[in-house]
Design a protein around this ligand. Structure first.
Ligand SMILES: C[S@@+](CC[C@H](N)C(=O)[O-])C[C@H]1O[C@@H](n2cnc3c(N)ncnc32)[C@H](O)[C@@H]1O
Length: 324
C-alpha cells in the first residue's frame, strides 16, 4: 500500500521548512534520527526546538502519517458503517493523527490533540492553517503531560501514534489504561515496526483484552499472540519521498517503506480478519505462498492455479491484508 501526504500538508511542510537554511535542517534531521535510535526513550523531558520540530515534520511526519492511515484503513475495513465523530489524539506531536483520521473518515469533526511539547503544538497549529476550514476549526490543542493522571473525556476514536515509543516504559501502562478509559468506540495504537515497538503493542493488547476490549485489527483472534516469543508482528507502508525529503535524508530512492506495528481494540465486538497475511506473499509461476496468522496460530498456505477462485484472490493480496 502506498500512502502520500495530502497536498495541502505537503506544501505547508515545505513552506515552514523554507524558513531555515538547508544545512541546519539536515543537521537537525541527523540529530532527530540519533534521538530515535537511542536506546532509552526520552519523552518530552528533552524538548523539541523549533528546528527539531521542523526536522520531524520534514522526514518523520510523512512516515507516521502513512502508517497511521494504513492502520485506520484496516479499522474502516472491519467497521464500514462506523462514522467516528470525535478523535482524541494522545502524544499528537504536530498533528499528523488529525490529518490521518480525517483522511480516512470525513465524519471526524471534533479533535482533541494532547501534546506536551510547545514547539510541536505551535508547528501543528501552523500546518493546520493549510487544512480545509472545517478541519482547522475543529482541532483543540491541549498542552498536557500524558504521564500525569489526566481525566480524559470519552471520544469515539482514540489514537496513540508513535507516542508510547517516546515515553519511558513504567508510565506506558497507565497511559494505555487512560486511553482505554476515554475510548467510546475504538482505540488504535501505532508503533515503529521493531521488536521493541511490537513488544509495547503486545503488552497493550494483553492489558486491553484483560480490561474487556475486543480486537478489531490486525489479529484474527483474541488468544495469546503466536509471534510473541519468536518474531514480531509488523507491516509496511510505502510513502513517496518529495525532492526535499530525499535531499535531507541523502536518499536515492523516490520512496521509503515504513515498518509499523499496530493494534485496534474496540469496546464492543466488531468483525475482524479471518486470517491476516503477515509477510510479503511469495509468488512462483502457478503458485502463491502466504504466511498467515490464523485463529489456530501461524500457518503457511500454498494457493495453486488449480483453485482458480482462491488463486485469483491470492494474486491481489498484499502483506497486511486479510485472506479468507
Ligand atoms: C514520535 S512523536 C509522535 C507524534 C505523532 N503522534 C505522530 O504520529 O507523528 C511523539 C510525541 O509524543 C510527545 N510526548 C512524549 N512524551 C509525552 C508526554 N509525557 N505527554 C505528552 N506528550 C508526550 C512528544 O513531545 C512527541 O510530540
Amino acid at each position: 500500500m502506498t500512502v502520500d501526504l495530502p497536498w495541502e500538508l505537503r506544501e505547508a511542510i515545505d513552506r515552514c521548512c523554507e524558513s531555515v537554511a538547508p544545512p541546519d535542517l539536515a543537521r537537525a534531521v541527523a540529530d532527530l534520527s540519533a534521538r530515535y535510535h537511542a536506546e532509552a526513550p526520552r519523552g518530552h523531558s528533552v524538548p523539541y526546538t523549533r528546528l527539531a520540530a521542523l526536522a520531524y515534520v520534514a522526514v518523520r511526519l510523512p512516515a507516521t502519517f502513512a502508517a497511521t492511515v494504513a492502520a485506520l484503513l484496516q479499522v474502516r475495513r472491519e467497521r464500514p458503517d462506523w462514522q467516528p465523530r470525535t478523535l482524541l489524539d494522545l502524544g499528537a506531536g504536530p498533528g499528523g493523527g488529525a490529518w490521518a483520521a480525517r483522511e480516512v473518515w470525513d465524519s471526524v469533526e471534533q479533535i482533541d490533540a494532547v501534546e506536551a511539547d510547545p514547539e510541536m503544538i505551535a508547528l501543528g497549529r501552523e500546518l493546520l492553517c493549510a487544512a480545509p476550514d472545517a478541519a482547522r476549526a475543529s482541532v483543540r490543542w491541549v498542552r498536557d503531560d500524558l504521564t500525569a493522571p489526566l481525566a480524559l473525556p470519552p471520544h469515539d476514536l482514540v489514537l496513540l501514534s508513535y507516542a508510547l515509543a517516546d515515553i519511558a516504559s513504567p508510565a506506558t501502562e497507565a497511559i494505555v489504561d487512560r486511553a482505554w478509559a476515554a475510548t467510546a468506540g475504538t482505540l488504535v495504537i501505532v508503533e515503529p515496526g521493531t521488536p521493541a515497538g511490537f513488544d509495547r503493542i503486545n503488552r497493550a493488547r494483553t492489558r486491553l483484552l484483560g480490561a474487556g476490549g475486543f480486537v478489531t485489527a490486525p489479529c484474527p483472534h483474541e488468544g495469546p499472540c503466536p509471534m510473541a516469543n519468536s518474531d514480531w508482528c509488523h507491516f509496511a507502508v510505502r510513502l513517496p519521498r518529495s525532492r526535499s525529503h530525499r535531499l535531507l535524508k541523502a536518499a536515492e530512492l523516490g520512496y521509503e517503506d515504513e515498518k509499523f506495528s499496530y493494534l485496534a481494540v474496540s469496546r464492543a465486538p466488531t468483525p475482524r480478519a479471518p486470517n491476516r497475511v503477515i509477510r510479503h506473499p511469495i509468488s512462483r509461476p502457478g503458485r502463491i505462498q502466504l504466511a498467515l496468522c490464523t485463529p489456530a496460530g501461524l500457518e503457511t498456505a500454498v494457493v495453486t492455479r488449480r483453485d482458480r477462485e482462491a488463486f485469483r484472490r491470492a494474486r491481489k493480496v498484499e502483506w497486511g491484508d486479510e485472506f479468507a
